[in-house]
Design a protein around this ligand. Structure first.
Ligand code: EPU
Length: 325
């Protein structure tokens, strides 16, 4: 079975568990995988399987953390972390070592290798703020390529690995640029409630508590985290919605506004509702959950029903954040 936090029974024709960099080089050397349908899986925390995967799954299990450079004057440290490391474990290790900048990313499920692909983010910090370089291998040729932060072309839950290089590269490791000084990012409104002064440990603990008060723990209830992205609409569309729904939750984003998809779904009447064995989580409507024995088809059916109702009521098209396999 292929790991996935939704808890869907997922299989593939072939699964190759990658243990280290030379193993990855060996596996890619023949070029066979590039010619077959392939899928790179870390923790499977953003995937919804709707069928047995007809090809090869590369399961990234390579481990390792290494300091590449430390600059006590610039107060910076560069740390290389293998793709198969658990992101949350690294966030805790960084706090313990006095490396700062990733505290707000605590308790995000998944692996380090997946973090730059979808530019994971929470509580005002995104992977793009701390990624220095991404070491990746071209699947077709086995050639290594180093992507700088700019090369990754990060956007909201987005990067080059979801567009022109989609399915073409496998991330082997990520180099993070972290700070030796603690300068907490407390801009996210919900963080105002944290007790002052904030320490690295209290920030990590406070954010983890906040997260788990709204989001299901994968070991208890299956989900892919936020199932949809928060949609961005034009200023005029937002003004129209705001006049009709004065309580709508939105934040300025470029020339337009980013709407809280959770609010739209809740106000379409879906919060806490089920369709088949899939449900809309009662504490956070942006999350679709496994009510027990849920299949990929159950997820798609509910997602389509939610999308249709949000579109009909607010004229907003929700885009899936989770990847449908
Ligand atoms: N809201 C509702 N009803 C709901 C859910 C949310 O009205 O059922 C409104 C609330 O007013 C709330 C606002 O939406 O204040 C924003 O909610 P929240 O702070 O929970 O954040 P979010 O926009 O729903 C995003 C990320 C999360 C991330 C949090 C915190 C996306 C798609 N999701 O959720 O990321 O943890 O912010 O930064 O951007 C993930 O990607 O899997 C994920 C969990």
């Amino acid at each position: 079975m292929i790991p996935n936090t939704f808890g869907i029974n997922a299989t593939a024709d072939q699964v190759v568990a990658i243990q280290n960099e030379s193993h990855l080089q060996e596996v890619l050397a023949s070029g066979t995988i590039g010619r077959l349908p392939h899928l790179v899986v870390g923790g499977g925390s953003n995937l919804v399987f709707t069928r047995p995967f007809p090809g090869v799954v590369l399961l990234m299990q390579n481990k390792g953390v290494a300091v590449l450079a430390e600059d006590p004057l610039e107060r910076k440290v560069s740390v290389k972390v293998s793709a198969g490391e658990i992101l949350d474990d690294f966030v805790h290790l960084a706090v313990a070592r006095g490396w700062h900048g990733m505290e707000n990313l605590v308790a995000i499920p998944g692996t380090v290798g997946a973090a730059p692909v979808q530019n994971v983010g929470a509580y005002g910090v995104e992977a793009k703020d701390v990624v220095q370089e991404v070491n990746a291998y071209e699947i077709a040729t086995g050639k290594k390529r180093i992507f700088s932060n700019a090369d990754c072309r990060f956007g909201y839950r987005d990067s080059v690995f979801k567009h022109e290089f989609k399915d073409l590269y496998v991330v082997e490791s990520v180099v993070f640029s972290l700070s030796l000084d603690f300068d907490p990012n407390l801009n996210y409104a919900a963080l105002a409630s944290l007790e002052k002064p904030v320490t690295p440990e209290s920030l990590v603990e406070g954010i983890a508590n906040l997260r788990w008060s709204k989001l299901p723990r994968p070991e208890e209830i299956g989900s892919a985290g936020s199932f949809f992205k928060n949609p961005i609409v034009t200023a005029s569309h937002f003004e129209k919605l705001k006049s009709e729904y004065p309580d709508i939750v939105a934040y300025p984003a470029g020339d337009g506004f980013k709407l809280a998809a959770g609010w739209l779904i809740e106000h379409s009447g879906w919060k806490g509702k089920n369709l088949g064995k899939c449900g809309v989580y009662e504490k956070q409507a942006l999350v679709l959950v496994n009510r027990g024995g849920c299949t990929g088809e159950d997820v798609l059916r509910l997602a389509s029903a939610v999308e249709a109702d949000v579109q009909a009521k607010f004229g907003v098209l929700l885009e899936k954040e989770a990847i449908i396999v």
